[in-house]
Design a protein around this ligand. Sequence first.
Ligand code: NAP
Length: 243
Amino acid sequence: MSKVVIITGASRGIGAATAKLLGCSEYKVCVNYLTDKNAADSVCGSINENGGVAFAHKADVSDEAQVLDMFEYVRNQWGEVTHLVNNVGVLFTKTELINVSAERFTKVLNTNVLSAFLCSKAFVKQNVAGGAIVNVSSIASRTGAPFEYVDYATSKGAMDSFTKGLSLELAAKHIRVNSVRPGFIQTDIHADGGEPGRVERLSSQIPMQRGGTADEVAQAIAWLLSPQSSYVTGSFIDLAGGK
Ligand code: NAP
């Protein structure tokens, strides 16, 4: 059976780096995106130019109907989805909790957590033994991101519980579920929080004295999806330069 992977939120950042990496090995890659078609097409273009197989698929993965449509579309093109990366994650302007509206909190939880629940459910329904899921969490799940992104940190705490619980539900079915927890990684997400230079500002507080790259996170995701990690499930890899 060929390897078919859906990567949510893969038009840029960690998702895009993961798509390019997996596209260089034996995976057929569905590059999910929400708004930036050009960026998603460019990720696919780079994979296809290098001899891989990829297409972009627009879907809001916090919407169940769109998730089900995406899985059906991919299945019709390539067969069962064998691997899933629940990568999508958003944050909004950094601020303390008192300024976070219920609407914002709900949006963050829906985009970061409900999406993983919906995609994983669609994945599990196919019952592909030997499949694997990687959830992209954050070290914010343990730091709590006070005065900045408590809503975001809460969503990542939920992702960690989700990873643990789902891994145990699926272990005997030979479907592995693991997680990466990046620290400060050089992507555009920090501009969304209102501080494009966030990683540079905080570098001196990181034991390794630098932020990480999306490619470094992608390597860990690829390993957790691969047969090289065949006895690993319910596990977390922190990529945070020692933080
Ligand atoms: P990013 O550069 O901001 O990219 C976010 C991606 O998510 C984009 O491709 C965006 O697509 C997509 N997206 C947003 N809402 C969506 C939705 N509802 N449905 C489908 N796609 C959606 O993010 P990143 O920094 O690479 O982060 C990736 C993951 O790593 C996230 O879960 C994040 O929380 C986690 N993480 C990142 C860092 C870091 O320092 N960067 C640290 C810890 C954890 P469009 O652009 O097409 O709208």
